[in-house]
Design a binder for this molecule. Structure first.
Ligand code: PLP
Length: 371
């Protein structure tokens, strides 16, 4: 059994993928070929925003908007410690300061009440300027953007949605990756929509921001790439990856329905016994992961090894919250600062989640966990 079964997905689309890759080999425009603009148009339409800028990874998709806003030393960016390192890494790369805010116990996403207190504290301390909120759509579930946006408006800070896992999710009729002033996603192979390498995209309705980000993506280009009007990066997506994503986008909505099916079945079989991620009313998750919360570290260890004995792979997202990572030790956080993130990190693990899991496989996994 696979944790994410990309092989099964490929069986259904292999011919289309090869045909689209061959088209790229024929025209030879490996950098910024015609598939890039085609993909950006389709992604923008899908999400329901005016501008999409494809880029080299989900990490660069976070870095580029922060660079465009000029975020740097002396600036505070508020985010969750219960996420992948990239979320806070980009803040630090620019010399700004990540300010962590604990998560909600039921959704695992940033807690808006604690967020507002953290912003007020930074204002009172007068050491840093509050500039941006960087919420994460953890495991595919959008964060609470109605509350977050109210806070952002009140304190006049930007919101950058880290939708690396959230692409495909929604709140009501509003799709993930359209929240905030800008949103980022990742097309790393194991994400809900993945390519066959690294890739990412940024979304915004702001035409001026889009123009600056387009320039940053190609070394701060002006009228062309040898006219450099700002410092940028080499942040382009490969044409071949765009061709692959165009094929996978055709089956994506169907795959989301299948992820809902798998999550629904897991929930029915497991939630009487285990805490699973709460999905608030009107929210839809892209189900990047399906995770269960155990009693304690030993309980988790026992369950994971039971599953392993049955040939069922598992993973821990995330074993150590970012405020306790060595890379952020200079920030001076200690154990106990974010008790919910710490407690969940010690107890959570994820079971196989992909659109091609059969009912029998879900039943077999659940049986090991409940019997
Ligand atoms: C995967 C991920 C990223 C980084 O994406 P890459 O494409 O691997 O650079 C950023 N944030 C979160 C929450 C992620 O899960």
């Amino acid at each position: 059994m696979q944790f994410v079964d990309l092989k099964k997905q490929q069986e259904g689309i292999r011919e289309d993928i090869e045909r689209r890759i061959n088209t790229v080999l024929d025209h030879g425009k490996y950098i910024m070929g015609p598939e890039i603009a085609e993909l950006e148009k389709q992604l923008a339409d899908y999400v329901g925003v005016k501008h999409c800028i494809s880029c080299s990874s989900g990490t660069d998709a976070l870095l580029i908007p922060l660079m465009a806003w000029g975020i740097g030393p002396g600036d505070a960016v508020f985010t969750t410690p219960f996420t992948f390192i990239a979320t806070a890494e980009v803040i630090q790369l620019l010399g700004a300061t990540p300010v962590f805010v604990d998560i909600e116990e039921d959704t695992f996403n940033i807690d808006p009440v604690l967020l507002e207190s953290a912003i007020q504290k930074v204002i009172e301390d007068k050491q840093l300027n509050p500039k941006c909120i960087l919420p994460v759509d953890l495991f595919g579930l959008p964060a609470n953007y109605s509350e977050i946006q109210k806070i952002a408006d009140k304190y006049n800070v930007k919101v950058l949605e880290d939708g690396a896992q959230g692409f495909g999710g929604s709140i009501g009729d509003t799709k993930a990756c359209s929240f905030g002033h800008a949103a980022s996603t990742s097309f790393f192979p194991a994400k809900p929509l993945g390519c066959y390498g690294d890739g990412g995209a940024i979304f915004t309705n702001d035409p001026e921001l889009a123009a600056v980000m387009d320039s940053i993506r190609v070394h701060g280009k002006g009228s062309d790439k040898y006219d450099n009007i700002r410092i940028g990066i080499n942040g382009r997506m490969d044409t071949i990856q765009a061709a692959i994503l165009l094929t996978k986008l055709n089956i994506f909505n169907n795959e989301l329905d299948q992820r809902d099916r798998v999550a629904g079945k897991y929930r029915a079989l497991l939630s009487p016994q285990y805490q699973v991620q709460a999905v608030p009313k009107d929210y839809r998750s892209a189900w990047a992961q399906f995770s269960i919360v155990t009693d304690d570290e030993n309980h988790r260890k026992r369950l994971m090894s039971k599953l392993k004995d049955e040939g069922i792979p598992t993973a821990i997202y995330y074993p150590l919250p970012l405020h306790l990572q060595k890379a952020f030790s200079h920030l001076g956080y200690t154990q106990g600062d974010f008790s919910i993130s710490e407690s969940i990190s010690q107890r959570i693990f994820s079971v196989p989640m992909h659109p091609y899991l059969t009912e029998e496989e879900i039943k077999r996994i659940s049986d090991v966990l409940t019997k």
